[in-house]
Ligand binder design. Structure first.
Ligand SMILES: [Fe+2]
Ligand SMILES: [Fe+2]
Length: 148
């Protein structure tokens, strides 16, 4: 009885990790779409700076999505791809605000995901997520500096 309870708890923890990784995957895809939009349409001097910053990050965010999709499958999970389309934005300031909030959101998510990966005993995943968390922190800080 106790053994069965432990097993089902373990399965739930793994499913929670897979569900979380699917959420992360969609946020990465949203970042790719939003950066494509913002990097092509930001105007003015600040817009020029934002374009340079975001263009450099598009491929990195796509690589994050590719890694997460492969990992979900490797864990025996099912991909749930349903990114939201970027919201229409007029000003560079508003674009930056949205991009910074999104980076801070994924940083918080990866912090949770690292704990879940460790709970599942997947140290390799935890390490890869730590690298991604560090990259997202760089993105957030670079964007925040543009706004100062
Ligand atoms: Fe990313
Ligand atoms: Fe990022």
């Amino acid at each position: 009885m106790a053994k069965r309870a432990t097993k089902s708890t373990k399965r739930d923890v793994k499913q929670e990790l897979i569900d979380g990784l699917n959420e992360d995957l969609n946020l990465e895809l949203e970042a790719v779409l939003r950066y494509l939009y913002h990097s092509a349409s930001a105007t003015g001097l600040l817009g020029h700076e934002l374009r340079e910053e975001l263009k450099a990050d598009i491929v990195g965010e796509m690589n994050h999505a590719v890694f997460l999709a492969d990992k979900i499958t490797a864990l025996g999970g099912e991909l749930d791809i349903k990114p939201s389309m970027p919201k229409k934005v007029r000003t560079t300031e508003e674009m930056m605000k949205i991009d910074i909030a999104a980076e801070r959101h994924v940083i918080a998510n990866y912090t949770t995901r690292i704990a879940q990966a460790e709970e599942c005993g997947d140290k390799g995943l935890a390490v890869r997520l730590e690298d991604m968390l560090a990259e997202e922190t760089d993105h957030a800080e670079e964007l925040e500096r543009l706004g100062r």
